[in-house]
Ligand binder design. Sequence first.
Ligand code: TYM
Length: 378
Amino acid sequence: MEEFKVTPWNVEGEVDYEKLIKQFGVKKLDVSLLKRFEKIVGELHVFLRRGVFFAHRDFDKIIDDLENGKRIYLYTGRGPSGPMHIGHILPFYFTKWLQDKLDVNVYIQITDDEKFLVKKKLSIGDMDKYSMDNILDIAAVGFDPDKTFIFRDTEYIKNMYRLAIRLARKITLSTFKAVFGFENSSNVGIVFYPVLQMIPCFFEKNRVLIPAAIDQDPYWRIQRDLAESFGYLKSTQIHAKFLPSLLGPAGKMSASKPESAIFLSDDPETVKKKIFKYAFSGGQPTVELHRKLGGNPDIDVSFQWLYMFFEPDDKKIKKIEEGYRSGKLLTGELKQVLIDKLSEFLEEHQKRRKKIENKINKFMYDGKLASEMWSKTF
Ligand code: TYM
């Protein structure tokens, strides 16, 4: 198998998730943990049933806390480098589901600073534009406005900076080089930045659970090393796989390659065009061969998207899988199933985004949790 590499800023090659679990030193999310969690929340989200969230750090401690009636909180985030695609929003839909089930606070960090520092072509104006655009998409997911705080680093920095310097003094350059791969040519801003992504792990004395894709794991390792010496709990994580690029299983979706991704703002025509033209297929080259040999859902991106996200009904997905494998269901027909599901999902999302447009201040400044947060310094 080809080599792969996963860092917070880059994913290359076809990811071998079993190997990654070992490389990162995280644990597999196993059936016994999922059963305990199901007992608490009553059902398992499709992302849990189908192994989209597949690994963790100390998720068992979160379950212990919940079983013992202790409060926990959720933290996740987004680096606004461009319009959001369907992969970026996946952890947010899961976080909202967790908030609904557990009735807990959610903190959402918008790392406008990070993306400005990393993306050479991004101007300060772009940073502002994408921050506000992305915040609308995140709010459209449907979080509880009184229990959710969405903040931009460049605005909330005053409240975080005192803790940031306390942490920073304990971290050496060689640690950050080893964990994040910084080099002498890295700009000094991005070398400091990871300290800020750790700060929301200290927003409450309760234990924090972070739902994100596994690329974000390096930050949490360092927070976990430092937490207890600051009188806080180690952060805990539940890690997702990447929703594959439309072009195939190797690499991530990217805004610089619009044909690799479906964006939250895409209209039904665009969705249809992209899926028919670009979605990597596990079908045979001709209808005759497909009927005879069947397709391969394991490598088919349309099937993977349905399996991971857009067809939560277990009976329906099984029927689709069997149909495709046997050759009864053709590639065009499979693509059409995804197009219908995806268009419906996007239409609902876009409607909610329109509705929330003038209610953003509640999440950012004057909802219950937001106003509490502006009166605190860490
Ligand atoms: P960003 O903006 O790169 O990504 C936002 C979130 O989406 C996840 N993600 C994906 N999930 C599934 N499939 C994909 N193809 C896919 N691509 C990206 C990311 O793991 C992330 O959860 N530095 C962060 C922002 C951040 C953050 C956090 C993220 C700050 N604090 C706490 C998670 C948790 C970033 O640039 O994410």
